[in-house]
Design a binder for this molecule. Sequence first.
Ligand code: NAD
Length: 243
Amino acid sequence: MSLKILLNGSKGRMGQAIAAAAHDMQETIAAAIDAGDDAAAHIGACDVIIDFSSHHATGRLLELAVAQRKPIVIGTTGHAADEKKRLLGLAAQVPCVWAGNFSVGVNLLFALTRRATAVLGADYDTEVIEMHHRFKKDAPSGTAARLLEIILEERKLTAEALKHGRSGITGERQPTEVGVHALRGGDVVGDHTVLYAALGERVELTHRASDRGIFARGAVRAAQWVVGQKPGVYDMQDVLGLK
Ligand code: NAD
């Protein structure tokens, strides 16, 4: 039987791509809601929630998911660190897939970044560059944020190592810096490069998304997977069996 999905952010670019993906994958969007609609009025009739909207919406939606014991898939990005910590506490009470990127290719990029950072280490200056369409409201992207988390974990650095852009007399680059650069323009769906530069060679890992369908299909696949899980916060590596 097809899953009944409550889709939050349904009028957005991702919302529309998810509705198309759900249709192709024989699932049902039972409630398509957006800003101004009341999720509480629809949640009872749905099996699972998918949220690709605004970071303002996630808290209320998670509270509803917990109250109604509904599994949830969260793709929304742009949460501040302290906000996200509180939301993760709520998310852990229901089965939840929370991912900064739902594409298979990017999840492979996460795994390759972990490996490359471990092998190359502090001798290789590491910078993350992302580019997105001109309409994107947050920076750096959720995917870049996850890549940076992986790099910091492997290098045993804290968020203080991050250098968001450079300007003026910055002095020489320190080996403990991890640069972050967000480019914005046109209709770019999402490009991410992790660059490792040493004296004499450079390694670049790049993923380019050209169609939002990759995230949308991943989100529906996550919804299909999460309904059978125990409460807890999972990511796409769990859904894809990459762990
Ligand atoms: P968009 O601006 O095209 O659409 C967002 C939609 O959410 C709009 O229709 C807007 O009206 C709606 N919205 C805003 N506030 C709301 C609220 N409080 N309640 C319900 N709906 C609300 O943006 P988009 O490109 O579709 O992206 C949406 C989110 O998904 C962003 O945070 C983006 O970064 C994220 N995203 C994640 C992935 C991923 O793989 N995790 C991929 C692409 C985009």
